[in-house]
Design a protein around this ligand. Sequence first.
Ligand code: HEC
Ligand code: HEC
Ligand code: HEC
Length: 467
Amino acid sequence: MKNRLIVTILLGIATFLSLVGYAYLFDKRQAEKLLSQMTQLSPTEKKVAKVFFDNSCQYCHLPSAELPIYTQLPFIKESMEQGILSANRFFRLDHLLNGMQDPTQLSEADLAKLEYTIRHNTMPVPAFVHLHWWAKLNPTEQKVLLDWIYQQRRELFIPQNTEGVDVTRSIQPIPDKLKTNPAQVKLGDLLYHDGRLSGDGTIQCHTCHQLAKGGVDGLPFSIGIDNQEGSINAPTVYNSAFNFVQFWDGRSATLADQAGAPPLNPVEMGSKNWEEILAKFEKDEAFMKEFLSVYPAFNRDTLTHAIAEFEKTLITPNSAFDKYLKGDENALTEVQKRGYAHFKSAKCDTCHTGIAMGGRSYEYMGLYRDYFKDRGTEITEADEGRFVQTQDPYDMHRFKVPTLRNIELTAPYMHDGTITDLKDAVRIMAVYQSGKQLTDTELNEIVEFLKSLTGEYQGKKLSLENK
Ligand code: HEC
Ligand code: HEC
Ligand code: HEC
């Protein structure tokens, strides 16, 4: 009886060890194969790629990777597939590798996420390391990745001459100014506040993006021409110049392209076509004279260019947090400093990253729990996010991350405008996006920290009128 047991145990150990041995050889062979395909990378980048492949990151973060044969066993298969689906929602290694070959494709948020997993030593997930003992970043490998991350951040994402830069931080201060052409800005300012862009003259850009109201209208859904209600919450125009694309679903690549959309949108400004809009201005001699002294022609392109140029001045530097980032230790209260620490440890800064603390990536809404199921109301087209543009199932419920700058002024929150209280928004984020149950104190401290993000426009701190 006793012998039987010993034999069974020994057999078990032998099976486990041969599985480990098999996995080792499989991992090694796959790592070599993948690395040999990276012909476009520089020697430094090859070193970075080698770290990923040597530590088997590909199994869960590279949809095209081959998996070891044991993953085909009935129980393992299902849980592996579920795990891989989830892992890829967080982070795609193929996207990062593309970004290494083409820096315009590199995501600032991916860098922040990678940095988080290295600093907190969370990857690969523990269950995986039980079988793949070698798949754990050693200090040399960690350094290779971190050095590369900092170098990319410095070269690609931090504007030159920014004060108080620290490449080990995923958030940078808002610069005092962006370079603009003042004459074009002035025209853009006029157009931004001009009802002639709308069919009946009643709606301006400013109707929905009010500069004295945090750059929004304070409504869950904006009201456009003929009192029609929109279907998605209006983001702030402040700091939209720092977004990597515009709109929740990224359908505009630039501010100028974005500015061309609302005038013809039937529920926003409701103009019939550009001829109709341009004709109204062309009747205005004074306007045309000024416009043509700045631009060679008056058309959709120059009109939207001017608005975009104006929007580049809608940035809000000098918040308490910016002062803190630039080295003024006293700019934040002790409570706010604790809030910032919770913010980082709940990895909020891996998505709310960069200068605007958002606007740098699309992220899946509901990583740790099903947000839409819990919300309980019907799913609309607006809920589909990036999917509407690409029809790629991977993009379902992915949204461009909203900025957190001036967040205390821009309620209601979320693309569906359902959350009115900032503390609720933070609680929801912690549960659905960070997988954390924060205490009441932690929530309050994060909210206090978020209040330090209110910046200045034209030298004056933003606030809500009548408040
Ligand atoms: C066995 C599957 C598996 C392997 C192997 C694996 N990961 Fe992950 N990874 C996950 C899962 C699951 C998540 C989702 C986060 C969580 O569960 O906390 C994730 C999340 C991530 C994230 C996003 C972090 C976040 O919290 O937003 C990054 C970055 C990442 N992994 C990098 C890596 C790197 C680098 C490696 C190789 C060293 C690696 N992963 C190996 C499963 C894996
Ligand atoms: C009727 C209300 C309304 C009007 C008028 C309006 N917008 Fe918007 N704006 C919105 C809504 C709603 C969104 C989000 C739509 C989406 O993402 O699908 C938006 C998005 C934007 C964004 C993208 C911000 C981001 O973070 O993605 C910018 C920039 C912007 N609007 C500027 C303008 C300009 C410039 C005008 C005038 C030409 C204008 N808007 C007119 C409601 C309006
Ligand atoms: C995985 C990426 C990710 C992480 C991590 C994350 N967020 Fe978000 N955050 C988003 C996305 C995406 C949205 C928009 C969701 C929507 O509208 O449905 C959002 C929205 C918000 C909003 C509402 C903004 C607005 O204008 O509507 C706040 C506030 C916010 N997040 C704060 C936080 C805080 C605080 C944390 C950490 C506890 C955090 N987020 C973690 C991606 C993330």
